[in-house]
Ligand binder design. Structure first.
Ligand SMILES: Cc1ncc(COP(=O)(O)O)c(C=O)c1O
Length: 448
């Protein structure tokens, strides 16, 4: 019988996070203060984040210990299984070997708790009682609600209004874990009210929800509330490296090394492809300039050096699949500039078609966000068939779609259409954004 799942024992769970900042060929440009335009310091970030996370944000240490209390919570579902997709390989008649890391086994159903647990822990030990945040499709909001419940913290989630209405079960998950979730833009904050004054029918955006969450945190006179971000920041990405670190051990057990795999190996000159996929209706890396831009819509968050579609960007309501933030993590943006990560945008009809193919051959129903990675894995496998190459493809199956079935219903009933962000909309949202001159280009292998 063929080995389908590769497990690690609880003893083999990674004990440290990997901090790619230690190996970035081109160091990141600094975050800038939204008021002064000067590089932010720890005191500027202190009203938003607890000090241990601020320290991680700027750390150049290659490996950072994972606290025991975080490991203890991780063991509720980690290490996660690595699967060999024999069914999909057979359906595609490809010589490629396809592996997927199943991050859908977490209690919240996605990879998001990897950082939500860590952020809740560091807020807890810093005496914080309440955390506010934004959420789009709801994966992040439910992950933070779950994590706050485990650490006895209050949780307030501002959810992009169109998703709040489309995905009631995501809100129900958050409320089951004791969080309070409201549709954004809301009249609960000045930021939300100012947006509603301009457009009472606004479908919302992550940028708007972030503005509300930040305002709710910094305006709490008790000083016991902080803000938490679901992606973008260095410490958030670092917490997610438990996925890759486990995969490295599991691929060794499988006796395979992926041709589509690990950033650090690529930085050190390995000839491999690392693909970052995004939707054509939110083409941040593929169409957005690299520029300093606000992390939120109402210009309260620091300016980040990133690929951006402009902080006033509002995703089209037709877009069913998450991944609709106007910006991109500075680390990912820098890796794209240095050609270590290859960005690709993909249409939602292809992503849902891939999700259906995956479900019918591997069983699992993917979250709309996850179908983007599935679609690229299928493209790579088809390419391997055309080239007659035995490629090894590894992708992150970031979450299940069991509470996103409305999107599948729209696809299966033919209501879904492809949507590419019109050039005019990109130019409208970018009119106040100054593209940054590209930092010095680095050549592959220079740092091995
Ligand atoms: C800043 C930020 N927050 C939250 C999220 C995730 O939101 P959700 O998982 O609810 O779609 C994203 C996803 O792109 C994001 O970029």
């Amino acid at each position: 019988m063929k080995t389908r799942k590769i497990f690690l024992s609880e003893k083999e769970i990674p004990r440290q996070w990997y901090n790619v900042q230690a190996d970035l060929p081109t160091p990141l440009e600094p975050m800038l203060h939204p008021g002064t335009g000067q590089p932010v310091g720890p005191d500027d970030l202190a009203p938003l984040f607890p000090m241990p996370l601020i320290a991680q944000e700027v750390s150049q240490e290659r490996f950072i210990d994972i606290p025991d209390e975080v490991l203890e919570k991780y063991l509720m579902w980690r290490p996660t299984p690595l699967y060999r997709a024999y069914g999909l390989e057979k359906a595609l008649e490809t010589p490629a070997k396809i592996y997927f890391k199943n991050e859908g086994v977490s209690p919240a159903g996605s990879h998001k708790p990897n950082t939500a647990i860590a952020q809740a822990y560091y807020n807890k030990i810093s005496g914080i009682k309440r955390i506010t945040t934004e959420t789009g499709a709801g994966q992040w909001g439910s992950a933070l609600a779950f994590s706050c419940a485990l650490f006895g913290l209050k949780c307030k989630v501002y959810m992009v209004k169109i998703s709040y209405n489309q995905k009631p079960y995501r809100r129900m998950m958050m409320e089951t874990w004791g969080a309070n979730c409201v549709a954004s833009p809301s009249s609960e904050t000045k930021a939300g009210q100012s947006i509603l004054d301009q457009n009472p029918d606004s479908p919302g955006s992550l940028g708007m929800a972030i503005s509300e969450a930040i305002e709710a945190a910094v305006s709490d006179e008790t000083g016991e509330t902080r803000y938490s971000l679901g992606s973008v920041l260095n410490h958030v990405l670092m917490h997610q490296t438990v996925i890759g670190l486990e995969c490295q051990k599991q691929m060794e057990i499988a006796g395979d090394y992926p041709d589509v795999p690990f950033v650090r190996d690529k930085i050190n000159g390995k000839d491999i492809d690392i693909i970052a996929v995004e939707p054509t209706s939110c083409p941040t890396m593929t169409k957005g300039p690299f520029a300093y831009d606000f992390g939120d819509s109402v210009q309260m968050a620091p300016l980040a050096p990133m690929h951006t579609l402009g902080h006033t960007f509002v995703p089209a309501p037709i877009h069913a699949g998450g991944l609709r933030y106007h910006g991109m993590a500075p680390i990912v943006s820098q890796l794209v500039l240095d050609e270590i990560v290859k960005p690709i945008s993909i249409s939602q009809m292809e992503t849902f078609k891939a999700g259906i193919t995956f479900a019918q051959n591997e069983g699992f129903i993917s979250a709309p966000e996850t179908t983007h990675a599935v679609a690229i894995a299928i493209r790579e496998a088809v390419k391997a068939k055309e080239e007659g190459k035995e490629k090894v493809i590894l992708f992150n199956w970031s979450g299940h779609g069991l509470v996103d079935m409305a999107a599948y219903e729209a696809y299966l009933s033919g209501k879904l259409k492809d949507h590419a962000l019109p050039e005019a909309e990109i130019q409208r949202a970018l009119k106040d954004i100054e593209p940054l001159p590209k930092p010095k280009q680095y050549k592959a292998g220079a740092f091995s």
